[in-house]
Design a protein around this ligand. Sequence first.
Ligand SMILES: [Zn+2]
Ligand SMILES: [Zn+2]
Length: 152
Amino acid sequence: MDRSDNDAPRARGAPPPCPQPRRVLRTGTYLHTSCPLCRAEIVEGDWIHFRAIAPDGALGDLRLSARFNVFDQESTIALGAGDQVRDLACPRCGVSLLDAKLRCAQCGAAAVRIRVAAVRTELDLLLCSRYGCHWHDVPEEDRQRLVLEQGP
Ligand SMILES: [Zn+2]
Ligand SMILES: [Zn+2]
């Protein structure tokens, strides 16, 4: 009897990759925000809190809405539309959160990088540092797993 069938090697390759569905970050989602450097939470109630340096060098506080695609903000420094803050820093460790390389794709201002936990994942979110500019994005490496819902 021919038993060669029993000797046939079994397919031992890794199972085919199971593509993960991309999550969607929807307008109004609460962003549990932390500093990407010291990991301290920088969200207080409905606001993400930054230490800000105004264009004229004045030091103050800047708060952005912790709801995705909601662009409310409060500031103790005077900012007009189009103004670009000189710096936005973590209120806990004081280190600048301006990204050294990434710029806003709409106006070219420096991008701010924060760490957010939302839609059952954790990711970096990039924001424009120019007052009134609503550009935001996720870093290249996160685009495969997350889609940002377009704002109103
Ligand atoms: Zn920090
Ligand atoms: Zn911008």
